[in-house]
Design a protein around this ligand. Structure first.
Ligand code: HEM
Length: 396
């Protein structure tokens, strides 16, 4: 157990190379606690890395809240405006109520019903990329599938889905390029304007999709409905696209994986968990202490921001043998890629189904995935994501 100081871990430049894993492994192995001075955040924040310490901060009885925000930059004096309204940054009654309302739409049963839709989307995408040309998986495959799924859940009419999928890809692509003259931020705003119209439509004509379900609850304002649609949009798109891209990366770099999945000798759910652990697309979650608390031997006063680095916990050598190695049969696999505690990802069943379908369909259609060059990584702290993954597929 050691306390280190000095680096601003909220600096996105630290995460564009694989050196990030070396740094995280060292911090996790010594169960370090690191203080980042004000810079990327106005007040500074503590960080934890080991599986044990991350689980302790996020655990259901830990004296921490998400209500001031769950990303670096927010704290008690600089709270997220959506706090107390949007599920991921609400607590107690509002959080319980929202999980109860939204949960059934993202449940395992709902996810199973969507698996045909996911399969059709994956096959459509593969039809376009199996042409022997170099394919950037991060742009052509990863984003398309989660965006289509989220449209279905929200209740976006079929005629608008292509437009919304394009907007979503642009809003969360992590790139500054313009699309239809829009920046990513403008594309996100455009989506919210579209949701506003969808909400008005559902008020006139009820439905059992997510927008219809939220609108039907008299306690929720239009603002609440909008924010929680946005929560599912962001939660469903920003992370899953990188896990899907990572699954293709695993096919390109893990010998025998394609054959094992095609032959049925690898258990698909176990492989999905390893993709989640290995890719860990949610890079950090932040909490603020609600009372005095001791973490890693250090007493923290109420109101202290603490960040849990999930990819570090998911490669903690105390919990995972050969943590950097992708092992298709890794069991047990107690990763916390979906977080831990009361805010554990509500879309985890959906994400798992999306990944399982991608793994199966690619194995079915493709005999080889060749890595054309090493991937590049997003300059980001919220997601650990691919900027570009260039591969060449050989069809079967
Ligand atoms: C929450 C990760 C896919 C919707 C979370 C959290 C994590 C996470 C770490 C917890 C945040 C916190 O503790 O503050 C992921 C990863 C995914 C994924 C790695 C894919 C690989 C999805 C999908 C959806 C979704 C597909 C919906 C379509 C949500 C929602 C929450 C959440 C609504 C808030 C839950 C709450 O606050 O109770 N996710 N997620 N996620 N996620 Fe996901």
């Amino acid at each position: 157990m050691q306390t280190t100081t000095a680096v601003d871990l909220g600096n996105p430049d630290l995460y564009t190379t694989l050196d990030r894993h070396t740094r995280w492994r060292e911090f996790a192995a010594e169960d370090a606690m690191v203080w980042s001075e004000p810079g990327s955040s106005p007040t500074g924040f503590w960080s934890v890395f080991s599986h044990r310490a991350c689980a302790a901060v996020l655990g259901p009885s830990a004296p921490f809240t998400s209500e001031y925000g769950m990303m670096i930059g927010f704290d008690r004096d600089h709270p997220d405006n959506s706090g107390g309204q949007m599920m991921v940054v609400s607590e107690q009654d509002q959080h319980r109520k929202l999980r109860k309302l939204v949960g059934p739409l993202l449940s395992r049963a709902a996810a199973r019903k969507l698996s045909d839709r996911v399969g059709a989307e994956v096959r459509g995408v593969l039809d376009r990329v199996l042409d022997g040309e170099v394919c950037d998986v991060a742009a052509a495959i990863g984003p398309r599938i989660p965006a289509a799924v989220v449209c279905e859940i929200l209740g976006v009419p079929a005629a608008d889905q292509d437009m919304l999928i394009d907007l979503t890809n642009h809003a969360f692509g992590g790139e500054d390029e313009l699309f239809d003259g829009m920046t990513p931020r403008q594309a996100h705003t455009e989506i919210l304007v579209y949701f506003d119209e969808l909400i008005s439509a559902r008020r006139k004509q009820p439905g059992d999709d997510l927008v219809g379900t939220l609108v039907a609850d008299d306690d929720l304002t239009t603002d609440d409905v909008l924010l929680n649609c946005d929560n599912v949009l962001i939660g469903g798109n920003e992370t899953t696209r990188h896990a899907i891209t990572g699954a293709v990366h695993a096919f390109a770099t893990v010998p025998g994986l394609l054959d094992e999945i095609r032959a049925g000798s690898a258990d698909i759910d176990t492989v999905v968990d390893e993709v989640l652990r290995w890719t860990s697309p949610a890079m950090h979650v932040l909490r603020v202490s609600t009372g005095e608390v001791t973490i890693n031997g250090r007493d923290l006063p109420s109101g202290t921001p603490v960040v849990a680095w999930l990819p570090a916990a998911n490669r903690d050598p105390a919990v995972f043998d050969e943590p950097d190695t992708f092992r298709a049969g890794r069991k047990p696999n107690r990763h916390i890629a979906f977080g831990h505690g009361l805010h554990h990802c509500l879309g985890s069943a959906l994400a798992r189904i999306e990944l399982a379908v991608v793994l199966r369909e690619v194995a079915e259609r493709v005999s080889r995935v060749e890595l054309v060059k090493e991937p590049t990584w997003l300059r980001a702290v919220v997601v650990q994501g691919y900027r570009e993954l260039a591969v060449r597929f050989s069809g079967r």
